[in-house]
Design a protein around this ligand. Structure first.
Ligand code: FAD
Length: 416
């Protein structure tokens, strides 16, 4: 196989690298905080007088915006970079290699592209500029207490009343809902229709009366997601995206976007490289043949190294399909499944190799001399990823569901 860039991709890669070399001044261990739960924590630190990592993140997004790279996949006419599939791949790969936060969030990744595909001109004018500038943060209100894997069974109701829809029900696990201004929301508009055919897709204003958000704190002690309750919330009909009762098909577009996970697989490889360096520095890989710990460290790192490379090649397969104009299906499930389970194995290896120091979390950045800041390795990176990756095999479709897709659509096995 020849994985070399074509001349135009090589030139674009140099452009991205040159931009990163000049403009990106981030710390190698996540010194800039992306949006989402870590941003919440970063804001808390700023308010306590700590280092402004969230501000640094926003500054970085401005630099990307000046280059026109905030929304790599969006067409140019809507303010995006209009990158080809291969350019997006090169961009994501180089950003990940530099450990630079990628522009993203629900608005850039899902909301915007779905509005571009299904929105009216008025909806595009109203929503796309705020997503691009970062002024409007979006969240995704799909999952409900009884509807996750079987999303089409969702029960939140939207009843037509004059020029409005009236929403009642509940969402759960809504990432970032507590600081979002808008939500892409699925609600049932026809309870008598077959379950996929009675759902509509709304662009909800989170400030609407009757919306209440209750943050949930996860096991990493971060308020990553929330419960969201709707009590007679009135949504104007202009905020319906696509046709009434056809929302499931609009949602499929949302869920089909971005499947290669190249950024994730590069990040795994970097974590493994960091662990190899750490093991060498600490002499963890050393030992006589009889030294069981040294042997297990070496074997474990060798396994993770092979797996990280496998994850990268699975991502390449998805990119190759997209570049040929095909829509990846079970191939994306393989990437998602493998990357999620690998992230847990890498975190476990990290914790095992770094020992007790690796189990310490970093302290607040304004308390430089605290014991945790002095002793936490990599600012508590492996301890946090150990806790945070538990959810990787659930979020965005569980591993069991991905295995079902691979077995039925990929291998042609019967459903049940
Ligand atoms: C960190 C995180 C962030 C999230 N963010 C969002 C968000 O922003 N917006 C949003 O809408 N949702 C979000 N979710 C919800 C996520 O999409 C759901 O958790 C996921 O789809 C699983 O649904 P569930 O939790 O209801 O589990 P269930 O679907 O109830 O599954 C329970 C168990 O049964 C298994 N199972 C279910 N069906 C099958 C089957 N057919 N065959 C075999 N096993 C099966 C599952 O694999 C799982 O082990 C988030 C979840 C997490 C963990």
């Amino acid at each position: 196989m020849d994985f070399r860039d074509a001349p135009e991709e090589a030139a674009f890669r140099e452009e991205v690298k040159a931009f990163l070399a000049v403009e990106f001044k981030g710390a190698s261990d996540g010194g800039l905080e992306a949006s989402g739960p870590n941003a919440e924590r970063a804001k808390e630190e700023v308010s306590r007088g700590g280092v402004d990592r969230f501000g640094a993140y926003k500054g970085w997004m401005k630099k990307l915006a000046a280059k026109g790279w905030t929304a790599p996949a969006w067409p140019k006419e809507y303010g995006g970079a209009g990158m080809t599939v291969m350019q997006q791949f090169v961009f994501n790969e180089e950003m990940a290699k530099a450990r630079a936060p990628r522009p993203g969030g629900i608005g850039i990744a899902f909301g915007g592209p779905t509005i571009i595909a299904y929105g009216t001109d008025e909806q595009k004018r109203e929503h796309l500029p705020g997503i691009l500038s970062g002024d409007a943060v979006w969240c995704q209100g799909f999952s409900e207490p009884g509807s996750g894997s079987d999303l089409a069974s969702l029960q939140t109701r939207a009843e037509k009343d004059g020029d409005d829809y009236v929403i009642n029900g509940q969402k759960i696990w809504t990432s970032g809902a507590q600081f979002a201004q808008r939500m892409i929301l699925l609600a049932r508009t026809d309870p008598n229709a077959p379950k996929h055919k009675g759902i509509s897709y709304f662009l909800l204003d989170m400030k609407s009366p009757g919306v209440s958000v209750r943050p949930l704190v996860n096991m990493a002690n971060l308020p990553g997601f929330s419960e969201v309750f709707f009590d007679n919330v009135r949504v104007p009909a202009k905020d319906l995206l696509g046709e009434e009762n056809r929302g499931w098909y609009v949602a499929t577009t949302t869920l089909d976007i971005e499947r290669s996970s190249i950024g994730t697989s590069i990040a795994q490889q970097q974590s493994v490289d960091d662990l190899i360096r750490f093991a060498k520095e600490m002499g963890n890989g050393k030992g006589e043949n009889g030294n069981g710990r040294a042997k297990s460290v070496r074997a474990e790192l060798a396994d993770r190294c092979i797996e990280a490379e496998t994850a990268r090649l699975l991502s390449y397969r998805v990119i190759t399909l997209q570049n040929r104009g095909m829509v990846p299906n079970h191939e994306s499930s393989a990437v998602k499944l493998y990357a999620a389970e690998l992230s847990q194995r890498v975190a476990e290896t990290g914790i095992r190799i770094t020992g007790l120091y690796g189990q310490l979390d970093r302290g607040p950045s304004d308390e430089k001399d605290s014991a945790s800041n002095r002793w936490a390795l990599n600012r508590g990176r492996f301890m946090r990823s150990y806790l945070q990756t538990v959810s990787a095999t659930i979020a965005g479709g569980t591993s069991e569901v991905q295995r079902n897709i691979i077995a039925t659509r990929g291998l042609g096995l019967p459903r049940d």
